[in-house]
Design a protein around this ligand. Structure first.
Ligand SMILES: [Zn+2]
Length: 160
């Protein structure tokens, strides 16, 4: 069993790390938090870097999560606009919403891929994308010319 670190186990370990990060001498930190100088020194050299790395990772994951939420929000808006434009028969707006939604999906795929450390998500097998694609192809049913144009544009983009 490795010896427990009395600084890691300290209830105010966070404050100790903070003090050490801001450059406080380990002697004064030891005195302030009632630990031995050697324990603080060992903690600073052996454990602090790992704690900092972990804190940075947590911070970055939180930032990525926030970004993901924002894109999800955008996506909900785009799909809402698409639905309303479809109902109103506003083909131009519907197409703009589809284009926006497609971009959002790509971004979501990339973000999710980075978060999960999975290889880049293939949009063409994403269930959301396939669903959206079915919805828009259905919506464009009465406009065969536009439908053909959209489909060929999508296929071109999918290959690119
Ligand atoms: Zn420690």
């Amino acid at each position: 069993m490795p010896r427990r670190c009395t600084v890691c186990d300290h209830p105010e370990r966070h404050s100790i790390d903070e003090a050490l990060v801001t450059g406080a001498p380990y002697r004064s930190v030891a005195k302030r938090f009632e630990r031995s100088e050697s324990a603080v020194y060992r903690h600073k050299t052996e454990h602090l870097p790992a704690h900092l790395l972990k804190a940075k990772e947590v911070e970055e994951a939180a930032r990525a999560d926030d970004l993901l939420d924002q894109v999800r929000n955008l996506q909900a808006h785009a799909l809402d606009i698409l639905e309303r434009a479809e109902k109103a028969g506003d083909l131009r707006t519907a197409l703009a919403a589809i284009s926006q939604a497609r971009g959002n999906l790509e971004l979501l795929g990339k973000l999710a891929g980075e978060l999960d450390e999975r290889p880049v998500v293939n949009l063409n097998v994403s269930p959301e994308w396939l669903e959206l694609r079915a919805v828009m192809v259905g919506a464009l049913e009465p406009y065969s010319e536009a439908r053909g144009a959209v489909l060929s544009a999508l296929e071109g983009a999918g290959n690119g």
